[in-house]
Design a protein around this ligand. Structure first.
Ligand code: HMG
Ligand code: MG
Length: 283
């Protein structure tokens, strides 16, 4: 198996979306440009969600239009519906992400609809994206524990992950949204999903509230997964996941997987500098 690990840097979106004080658009643009200089091939820049729900992402268009793009780098954005997709397309997003949940409680809290409604809502987004030549990644939130519905049955994760793949997502991210999963729980849910979908189609998105994210990545590597989301400086959290802290820090992931013998292609020294800058954006 390949020893190449790809990091999908989600700091500009997942890392910043939860900040209560509005961060200047120019600083968000600087952050993305600095991340590009670190060598990332995939950067989640922003989200085209309702500004009433997430005011911090209201400048999505300005950020995506303001960044300096490097050849070969995918600059993506979250899009919860067609309105979000149209805005992302207008801003020339290279890829969009649709995001569902494994529980009804989180789905309602995060995107104001049931799981089934969300899947119905995503279908025209995928169709429109395909027509525009824009790739779509899917995401399943709360794969082990939900702040509203408690412990999550892996069967629901499999159901939603499969639905996203069948819809046309070229990749399905599995998210421990509140960062409390243990490696045992991750192993259990991965085993269930891997019965239906190949490891090459999956990615891990682990928040780090309880400090297990690196171990969860290690389990995922053992299962063949080679793509992980992380946020520079460990910033972030989800506005609809009370108590959850940020994604696992990118610099920690790079350090950890490198020690395990994997290769990320990222500039470690620059990463350290950008982590300091990113943390400084918090008020
Ligand atoms: P809703 O209120 O049910 O939507 O929200 P609606 O269709 O009834 O529209 C209400 C208003 O929002 C309307 O405006 C729409 O035009 C507007 P009004 O007529 O009242 O002036 N609107 C939009 N505006 C801009 N862009 C849009 C858009 N859509 C509607 N795309 C909706 C439904 C999905 C829009 C809302 O619930 C929402 O925006 N949710 C996003 C929540 C969010 O961003 N959560 C955090 C990201 S997900 C996450 O962090 C998890 C992840 O990291 C993985 C993990 O860790 O689990 C990915
Ligand atoms: Mg997240």
């Amino acid at each position: 198996m390949s020893n190449r690990v790809t990091i999908y840097e989600v700091g500009p979106r997942d890392g910043l979306q939860n900040e209560k004080t509005l961060i200047a658009t120019e600083d968000k643009i600087l952050l993305v440009n600095d991340l590009t200089a670190c060598g990332f091939q995939k950067i989640e820049v922003t989200s085209f969600v309702s500004p009433k729900w997430v005011p911090q992402m209201a400048d999505a268009l300005e950020v995506l239009e303001g960044i300096d793009r490097a050849n070969g780098v995918t600059y993506s954005a979250l899009t919860p519906n067609l309105k979000g997709f149209d805005r992302a397309k207008h801003a020339l997003a290279d890829e969009v992400a649709i995001f569902a949940a494994a529980t009804e409680g989180f789905s309602e809290a995060n995107i104001n609809c049931s799981i089934d409604e969300s899947l119905t809502r995503f279908k025209p987004v995928v169709k429109a994206a395909k027509a525009a030549g824009i790739s779509v990644r899917g995401c399943v939130s709360v794969i082990t524990d939900c702040p509203y519905d408690g412990a999550v049955d892996p069967t629901s994760v499999v159901h939603v992950a499969k639905a996203l793949a069948e819809m046309g997502c070229h990749e399905v991210g599995l998210a421990d949204t509140i960062g409390v999963a243990t490696p045992e729980k991750i192993e259990k849910v991965l085993d269930a999903v891997l019965q239906e979908l190949p490891a090459e189609l999956l990615s891990g998105h682990y928040h780090d509230t309880n400090g297990c994210a690196l171990d969860n990545i290690e389990v995922s590597l053992d299962k063949g997964i080679r793509l992980f989301d992380s946020a520079i400086g460990g910033l972030g959290g989800c506005p609809y996941a009370p108590g959850a802290t940020g994604n696992v820090a990118t610099e920690a992931v790079v350090d950890h997987v490198t020690k395990l013998g994997y290769y990320t292609g990222l500039d470690v020294e620059k990463l350290g500098d950008v982590a300091v800058f990113a943390r400084g954006l918090r008020r």
